[in-house]
Design a protein around this ligand. Structure first.
Ligand SMILES: C[S@@+](CC[C@H](N)C(=O)[O-])C[C@H]1O[C@@H](n2cnc3c(N)ncnc32)[C@H](O)[C@@H]1O
Length: 207
């Protein structure tokens, strides 16, 4: 299982989450990021090319050494200074109020204690700092939700702990943010993929 989780999964994630449709979503969610930014679950650095010029630096939180190594070329091609600041979104190393903005894409599904991680993001953001998120999660139709619950144990086992049915906007609000923009829809693709493709994309302000 370690071979699958540690070596193969980061490569599958990189391939499956770099399609044209997903890259457009990344561009949308990165718009407006500025100043000192923390990115949760940095992965292989697929967001780097979408950082706006107003981003001054990025603190990357990423537990996977393989994903971090995969991001090397993207990091060196970027004009944004990027440092690996930690390994776990549930226990950030930074002091309170040290960032202007935070970014999370397809990561809140995977972090085991997502409530704790969101409280940590809230803690390290300055007052009125913004949280930009692009996450798959709970769908609106009961039929799709039933499949999300059915498939969730399998998904967790094969996809590094990924949950299908997390209610992302509610989690973000409950952590002390005001959601100020929210776009919720299925990514393009066949209907059978709907348990996996409902995305919640938006920005929230630290209350
Ligand atoms: C599906 S991948 C998404 C990667 C990247 N954010 C992207 O959009 O391509 C989920 C990422 O969350 C990371 N992750 C898992 N547990 C984590 C934790 N406790 N704290 C921070 N990141 C975590 C994984 O290593 C992986 O890189």
């Amino acid at each position: 299982m370690a071979l699958w989780t540690d070596r193969i999964l980061p490569r599958l994630v990189d391939k499956s989450l770099s399609t044209g449709d997903v890259m457009k979503e990344r561009e949308r969610v990165c718009a407006g990021l500025a100043g000192q930014v923390i990115e949760l679950g940095f992965g292989s650095g697929l967001n780097i090319e979408k950082y706006p010029p107003a981003v001054e630096s990025v603190a990357a939180v990423e537990p996977s050494d393989v994903a971090w190594a995969m991001s090397a070329d993207r990091r060196s091609a970027s004009r944004t200074p990027i440092t690996r600041s930690g390994l776990d979104g549930q226990a950030l190393n930074e002091s309170d109020g040290s960032f202007d903005a935070a970014l999370s894409t397809f990561t809140l599904c995977t972090i085991p204690d997502v409530e704790l991680a969101l409280r940590e993001v809230h803690r390290v953001l300055r007052p009125s700092g913004t949280f930009h998120f692009l996450e798959h999660g709970l769908a609106p139709e009961p039929g799709v939700v039933r499949w999300q619950h059915r498939m969730e144990p399998v998904q967790k086992a094969v996809a590094g702990g990924c949950h299908l049915s997390r209610d992302i906007p509610a989690l973000v609000s409950d952590a002390g943010f005001e959601v100020t923009a929210l776009d919720q829809r299925y990514l393009p693709g066949p209907k059978v993929g709907r348990p996996w493709t409902y995305v919640h994309s938006g920005t929230a302000v630290r209350r």
